[in-house]
Design a protein around this ligand. Structure first.
Ligand code: 13P
Length: 378
């Protein structure tokens, strides 16, 4: 029987659960703007823009200063380390700008995937926060440098964090080793975050690569999520102070059969109902290479699905919120308003979808385009 070490006070629990609820308040979701410098390079390449620190700042500034009419659509924004410490032209830090709009500031704390030895091309995820746990365990309570860094993020304005693990569907994967390892890493990260007043977003993403059908993805998603919540329980993670960021249950990108959004919604909500406890306040999907319009329509179908959903079902989109905005910007100052107009359109579409009221037709510059990237890294 695991010993329930009481590491969170009632006040700490309240703080965590208040933050999580604020992010997924009705009609709100997350703008994932935490692309690593390497991922931004690929995005900027598509619009012939140089990947400099200043260009990254200018682009993110456009996202974070879009008209206040989207204040009610966004609950939180996930930032990359560099962005947390950049400033807007006004002299305010981006964290201050985001908070000023009533949005919660988040920070990506993982450092990307690394090969998992002994598997057929599967991976685990590395990062500072997990290293900190190793320090704590090994030195029995000594606070390591990296542990302090997690706390530093809280001081610098971040109230939630994201850590992404990746699983793959092939005839032999996800293996039970990859599932166990990735869920354990995510649970260790989640518990460290909570001790520091940071709400962890737990992201066990199953990639859409492959030609598998919908049922196969549903089966893998159920196995991964069941293991995820077992690991979170073993690590005494306070579920009310967490958010889940899963893949939607979809067929593989190269599957020849096309499923309707209602079929996708039914398979996804069924998988979630079988595995995610009602104590979890919100599920914020990643878009995973779906086109902007597809991601909005699928989310809307989940929220219209006849099955009861005890959690908020919303979005934490990167590509599906930004693709049209990026394209409209094209790296040019004179396109600032056009860029923001596209973001506003997607934010409205997804806000409506998160309450089942999106009627479609919000397509913008890139809204119908597939955003699939093979073996996607963030
Ligand atoms: P996409 O919505 O582009 O899949 O990214 C969201 C994200 O944060 C993945 O970690």
């Amino acid at each position: 029987m695991p010993h329930a070490y009481p590491f969170l006070s009632p006040e700490q629990k309240k703080e965590l659960s208040d933050i999580a609820k604020k992010i997924v308040a009705p009609g709100k979701g997350i703008l994932a703007a935490d692309e690593s410098t390497g991922s931004v390079a690929k995005r900027f390449q598509s619009i012939n823009t140089e990947n400099t620190e200043e260009n990254r700042r200018l682009y993110r500034q456009l996202l974070f200063t879009a008209d206040k009419e989207i204040d009610h659509c966004i609950g939180g924004v996930i930032l990359f380390h560099e962005t947390l410490y950049q400033k807007a032209d006004s002299g305010k830090t981006f964290a201050q700008v985001i908070k000023g709009r009533g949005w919660v500031v988040g920070i990506k704390v993982d450092k990307g995937v690394v090969p998992l030895a002994g598997t057929n091309g599967e991976t685990t995820t590395q990062g500072d926060v997990t290293d900190a746990v190793v320090v704590v365990v090994v030195y029995q309570g000594l606070d390591g440098f990296k542990m302090k860094r997690c706390f530093q993020y809280k001081k610098d304005g971040a109230d939630f964090a994201k850590w992404r693990c990746v699983l793959k569907i092939t005839p032999t994967t996800p293996s039970s080793l990859a599932i166990k390892e990735n869920c354990n890493v995510l649970a260790r990260y989640a518990s460290i975050c909570q001790m520091r007043g940071i709400v962890p977003i737990v992201e066990p993403e199953i990639l859409p690569d492959g030609d598998h059908n919908l049922k196969r993805c549903q089966y893998a998603t159920e196995k991964v999520l069941a293991a995820m919540y077992k690991a979170l329980s073993e690590h005494h993670v306070y579920l009310e102070g967490t958010l889940l960021k899963p893949n939607m249950v979809t067929a593989g990108h190269s599957c020849s059969h096309k499923y309707t959004s209602q079929e996708i919604a039914m398979a996804t909500v069924t998988a979630l109902r079988r595995t995610v406890p009602p104590a979890v306040p919100g599920i914020t999907f990643l878009s995973g290479g779906q086109s902007e319009e597809e991601a909005s329509i699928n989310l809307n179908s989940m929220n219209q699905c006849p099955l009861h959903r005890p959690w908020a079902v919303s979005f934490s989109y990167g590509r599906a919120l930004q693709a049209s905005a990026l394209k409209a910007w094209g790296g040019k100052k004179e396109n600032a308003k056009a860029c923001q107009a596209e973001l506003i359109k997607r934010a409205h579409a997804n806000s409506k979808a998160s309450i089942g009221k999106y009627e479609g037709g919000g397509a913008g510059a890139a809204a119908g385009e597939s955003l699939f990237v093979e073996n996607h890294a963030y």
